[in-house]
Design a protein around this ligand. Structure first.
Ligand code: NAP
Ligand code: ZN
Ligand code: ZN
Length: 346
């Protein structure tokens, strides 16, 4: 077994604290990673605090992982010792159902997606994520990071990146589309970068006046401060697609009113409380939908796209001794724009 050190939540109400645990000995198709960097996603906080009601403890969060391969099983073909490898939100799935075969492993029809943490693997063992110094996983669920990208700044691509890239691609955002991004946090700033890179006219919605200049620098054609009275009126019925990345409770009605006929509002944000959607908000044939991360092949496609276009996350480096402060700042919408943990300090 692989002795591992990390940080875990033992319950919904206790702060993360040092924890030792084991990963399985790498099998024939497994790789062993020394984790270098792990991004801090708002989902880590939702789950550690059991805001989605499905938490398993002890929980070692973290699913934006970049590491160095230190051992490979004898059937591994994609990686060799010394390579950089990356891991996102899932480490396995059934591999046989229609969704898995079509590259949507995150939507496994048999509900056998094994998430990187807060999940059970096929042997029934709890999975432990990237807030640690090692990880073992099947190479089929590990990704390659283009060599030109900074490893720490690439880590958030593994969740914030793919979660925004996939819906923008699915709904065919590009030149001629008017796209809105709600919330300028970890996911939002990546959605903004991708929408801009895809050539769409991109409008950033934010509740934070202090983020307006940054939003423009990150690629927004327009920025709308949603704290101002009547902010939505000039934009009614004008958007093709809006991506909602907000982590907390908010009213969808003003955003649905911005959609054109047949337009789509897609949430990737997962606030604790259910959304309220009035029938009147959608009867102009407006669509309200959602999207979860992205498949393995699409995640590699996204990383390669980032390599070609030199796209990474804007990050603030942090360390485990400052984890509580980092989480507090995420909760206060005060990150520019993703925290990344230096896992080599463990
Ligand atoms: P984050 O960095 O905290 O960003 C969320 C942003 O939303 C904040 O920066 C803030 O932006 C805005 N916001 C927060 N609370 C708000 C409120 N009550 N009303 C209006 N705006 C608010 O979080 P993240 O890591 O990007 O994650 C965002 C959400 O996506 C979380 O719920 C997370 O669990 C979820 N998520 C889903 C998936 C998926 O597969 N679907 C994957 C990853 C994460 P402004 O300051 O600009 O207003
Ligand atoms: Zn995430
Ligand atoms: Zn499946």
């Amino acid at each position: 077994m692989i002795a591992t050190k990390g940080y875990a939540a033992q319950s919904a109400t206790t702060p993360l604290a040092p924890f030792t645990y084991e990963h399985r000995e790498p099998g024939p198709t497994d790789i062993l990673l020394d984790i270098d960097f792990c991004g801090i996603c708002h989902s880590d906080i939702h789950q550690a605090r059991n805001e989605w009601g499905n938490s398993l403890y002890p929980m070692v969060p973290g699913h934006e992982i970049v590491g160095t391969v230190t051992a490979v099983g004898d059937k591994v073909t994609k990686f060799k010792v010394g390579d950089t490898a990356a891991v996102g939100c899932m480490v396995d799935s059934c591999r046989e159902c229609a969704s898995c075969k079509e590259g949507d492993e995150q939507y496994c029809d048999r509900q056998q997606t094994v998430f990187t943490y807060n999940s059970k693997d096929k042997a029934g063992n709890l999975t432990f994520g990237g807030y640690g110094n090692h990880l073992v996983l099947d190479e089929a669920y590990a990704l390659s990071v283009p060599a030109n990208l900074d490893k720490a700044a690439a880590a958030p691509l593994l969740c914030a990146g793919i979660t925004t890239y996939a819906p923008l691609k699915h709904w065919k955002v590009g030149p001629g589309s008017k796209v809105g991004i709600i919330g300028l946090g970890g996911l939002g700033h990546m959605g903004l970068k991708f929408s801009h890179a895809f050539g769409a006219h991109t409008v950033q919605f934010t509740t934070s006046a202090g983020k307006i200049d940054d939003a423009k620098k990150l690629g927004a054609d327009e920025v709308i401060l949603t704290k101002e009275a009547n902010w939505h009126a000039p934009h009614a019925n004008s958007f093709d697609f809006i991506l909602d990345t907000v982590s907390g409770d908010h009213d969808l009605a003003p955003y649905l009113a911005l959609l054109k006929r047949n337009g789509t509002l897609c949430t990737v944000g997962l606030p604790e409380k259910p959304f309220a959607v009035s029938g009147f908000s959608v009867i102009a044939r407006r669509n309200f939908t959602g999207s979860m991360i992205g498949g393995i092949a699409e995640t590699q496609e996204m990383l390669d796209f980032c390599g070609e276009h030199n796209i990474v996350s804007d990050i603030e480096m942090t360390s485990f001794d400052k984890l509580d402060t980092a989480w507090d700042r995420v909760l206060a919408s005060d990150v520019k724009y993703r925290f990344v943990l230096d896992c080599k300090s463990l």
